[in-house]
Design a protein around this ligand. Structure first.
Ligand SMILES: [Fe+2]
Ligand SMILES: [Fe+2]
Length: 473
């Protein structure tokens, strides 16, 4: 199963040739996908050769082939991780029973919804990022952006395959709708709010790949623990691609932070902006904005949907099969602070009701590792400033803490306090204008924009001055 067939019109490792109905449906969707890519995919260097990796095997390690490809010629395909022998349902009431190869009737609507919501994020991010190459700080970064874009588009293929293979006509209609919604469009927006936010500068792009793609990792990881085996296998392979996106975010920010520290030191007044860089307090504001937006993506703290998904085995916790002994979670509680009469009061809930909060914990712990890395970079550069994550209650628009102002430490504050501090906590119009003013393209191989440090090494062993994008400009 691990061999990938690139001879067919749609590369795959799911033996598409043996299912003529499905093959026809996907082949009918393919030109619409390409039209979508042309109209709202990357708009700059869109037909130039880019040094991209393409999946050639589902085996861990060495699964990718690198070479220069024009993006419209990228071989988007359908790849599932190898089946796990005798796999059993990892979570919920039926934990330990054999997994499902087909969608059970009673879970059809819920599974379709779960897949559509995940699927919708994939094209959305490509749309959000479509003009970024216009201001890439280097060819190296430009190439990384395009790698993320083609893989997000492949994730769309992965989800559309599931919809078409398992949800009949409804699935085909959902697949068409995925190409008609548009990020940020007031009439036909993408489903989740973070995916309708503009991404017009590279600090935002790095925050997006750091925080939103990392949310994606945790959503995919919880679906990799699904009782519906084709979904699990699809997500397990997507996770191998996702690792690169997270690298782009964590290391991209690390380089901006390093450069910011260097420019802070170089300036007589310690002002990185005076040296044409992005100052650390501005970076902190971007972190505050994107971390809080992405926390919303995990859903409400107390959620009957989350409880139902867990009970029926549609989703598991992060590393459910490997990291837990009790897969039913029918005992145990968690205390969640809730706002009551103007103050925070701890309220106890059964564990299954707080599964979103459990997944959010894993995500926050993962983000904290990147923060620790960046603070090591700051220490390394000899500046005193330290970055931090805001509290999970800060600036939320979903769940128990929406509509209540909290400070960065998670303390409930009054509206006046919020108003007095919000410009110090979150990016202002002036901050956006400043960051955007720095966004000038650098297309000479090996050169970096002034506001970002060079990466420690190139891609796939290539030197930094490699022609990662063969621009005709
Ligand atoms: Fe993705
Ligand atoms: Fe991603």
């Amino acid at each position: 199963m691990s061999s990938m067939n690139y001879d067919e019109r749609i590369p795959n490792n799911v033996d598409l040739g043996s299912d003529r109905r499905l093959k026809r449906a996907l082949e009918k969707w393919q030109p619409d996908f390409l039209e979508w890519w042309r109209s709202v995919g990357p708009q700059v260097f869109s037909t130039d050769e880019v040094y991209l990796r393409t999946a050639i095997s589902t085996q861990a390690g060495g699964w990718a082939n690198f070479g220069h490809v024009r993006m419209p010629d990228y071989r988007w395909g359908v790849f599932l991780a190898d089946a796990e022998k005798d796999r059993v349902i990892p979570a919920g009431d039926d934990a330990g029973s054999p997994v499902w190869q087909q969608v059970p009737g009673e879970h059809r609507n819920a599974l379709r919804r779960i897949i559509v919501v995940q699927a919708d994020t994939e094209p959305a991010s490509v749309e959000q990022q479509r003009w970024l190459a216009d201001t890439a700080p280097s060819l190296y970064d430009c190439r990384n952006l395009f790698q993320v874009n083609v893989e997000e588009a492949r994730h769309l293929w992965a989800m559309v395959y599931l919809l078409m293979a398992h949800f009949g006509r409804d699935g085909r209609e959902e697949a068409d709708a995925l190409l008609t919604r548009r990020s940020g469009d007031p009439d036909t927006p993408r489903i989740l709010d973070a995916f309708n936010q503009p991404c017009s500068d590279w600090l935002t792009f790095f925050c997006f790949t750091m925080f939103a793609d990392r949310d994606g990792k945790y959503q995919l990881a919880s679906l990799a623990e699904s009782a519906f085996d084709p979904l699990s296998r699809t997500c397990r392979f997507m996770l191998t691609e996702e690792a690169h996106h997270l690298f782009v975010g964590t290391m991209g920010l690390d380089r901006v932070i390093r450069r910011s520290a260097q420019l802070t030191k170089a300036d007589p007044n310690g002002d990185a902006r005076a040296q044409g860089g992005i100052d650390l307090p501005t970076i902190q504001k971007w972190i505050n904005h994107w971390f809080s937006y992405c926390l919303d993506l995990f859903g409400s703290e107390v959620s009957t949907n989350a409880a139902d998904y867990f009970a029926s085995g549609l989703k598991g916790r992060y590393r459910e099969a490997a990291a837990y002994d009790d897969h039913r979670a029918t005992t145990g509680t968690r205390t969640v602070p809730t706002v009551q009469g103007g103050s925070l009061v701890g309220q106890e809930f059964p564990l299954r009701l707080v599964m979103n909060e459990v997944l959010r914990d894993d995500y926050i712990a993962d983000c904290a590792k990147s923060l620790a890395r960046w603070n090591r970079t700051l220490a390394d550069e000899g500046v005193e400033y330290r970055l931090s994550l805001p509290h999970r209650r800060f600036f939320r628009r979903q769940g128990l803490y929406a509509d209540h102002p909290f400070d960065l430490e998670g303390q409930l504050v009054d509206q006046a306090t919020w108003e007095a501090h919000k410009d110090a906590w979150l990016p202002t119009a002036e901050d956006h204008a400043y960051v955007e003013s720095l966004m000038k393209p650098v297309v000479e191989p090996g050169k970096m924009a002034n506001w970002i440090a060079a990466p420690p090494k190139g891609i796939n062993g290539q030197p930094l001055d490699f022609e990662y994008v063969r621009t005709d400009h």
